[in-house]
Write a protein that binds this ligand. Structure first.
Ligand code: HPA
Length: 278
């Protein structure tokens, strides 16, 4: 497994994508657990299995299809990851960042990242949508940063700013679209842990204390790589379960996938409306 990728290696993957589609995507999307069917609305789609892409991380988890869908949505050219790989699956951070790097080299300027997340904020219920205003990078904070290794100066600075990791402009556009469609949404802080075990009640009380509204096992590495390369980010958490702060219920992957059924139509409306307004 490679620890870092060079620009040549990244460009090799980008060239493979270019050889398999004529679309020139400017918007990228990463679809989280149970949210893959969002890609079904894409028109004139080219489907590229991850197995055709050198070094591309392959998802092993149920609810993640494992292909790129490149095509048109609301008149915009998009490249969509139907399924992502998580750190807990055994890959390293460089591999998790590779798809974002490839998107950047293909010309992607906006990245829409979705995930399934547990609700720490007691107001949220399964099926709710939370726009990510900021993140707490517990997953990457003390050594596992995806930018570790030689800096790719052509793509971004050694010490990239993260003060506005999530674009305020994209959040407010997405909020407007949701309101126009009578979809209630929240805006809050996402905390990323490595997983795959869910949190203990004490873990969750700690996460609440440090200011997290929702918890998950993804997104932050991809967002760090996106921001390093100057890509604008909209992050959306689909709330799949209530986090269990008092130990009275259990959390399962099945409920995470089930909430996807409620979330996909809402997220499809919001993302389609957003793309139309861009
Ligand atoms: N915890 C962590 N990750 C998750 C959860 C959760 O409760 N739900 C979906 N992803």
């Amino acid at each position: 497994m490679k620890d870092f990728f060079t620009l040549v290696e990244i460009d090799d993957v980008a060239a493979t994508v270019r050889s398999l589609t004529n679309h020139k995507p400017r918007i990228g999307m990463i679809l989280g657990s149970g949210l893959g069917s969002l890609a079904d609305s894409i028109k004139n789609a080219d489907h590229i299995p991850y197995s055709e892409l050198p070094n591309w991380p392959k998802p092993t988890v149920q609810g993640h299809a494992g292909k790129l869908v490149v095509g048109n949505l609301e008149g915009k050219s998009v490249i969509v990851m139907q399924g992502r790989t998580h750190y807990y699956e055994g890959v390293n951070m460089a591999q998790i960042g590779l798809p974002v790097r490839v998107m950047q080299r293909l010309g992607v300027e906006i990245l829409i990242v979705t995930n399934a997340a547990g609700a720490i904020n007691p107001q949220y219920v399964p099926g709710d949508v939370m726009f990510i205003s900021d993140h707490i990078a517990l997953l990457t904070m003390t050594g596992n940063n995806p930018l570790r290794g030689p800096n790719l100066d052509e793509l971004g600075p050694r010490f990239p700013d993260m003060s506005q990791a999530y674009s305020r402009k994209l959040i407010s556009l997405a909020q407007e679209v949701a309101a126009e469609n009578q979809i209630q949404t929240y805006t809050g802080v996402y905390v990323a842990l490595s997983g795959p075990s869910f949190e203990t009640p004490a873990d969750l009380r700690f996460l609440k204390t440090i200011g997290a509204d929702a918890v998950g096992m993804s997104t932050v590495p991809e967002v760090i790589v996106a921001r390093h390369g100057g890509t604008q980010v909209l992050g959306i958490s689909g709330i799949s379960n209530k986090a269990n702060l008092d130990g009275s219920t259990i959390t399962t992957h099945e409920e995470v996938l089930e909430a996807g059924n409620i979330l996909v139509p809402k997220l499809t409306t919001i993302i389609s409306g957003l793309l139309a307004s861009l």
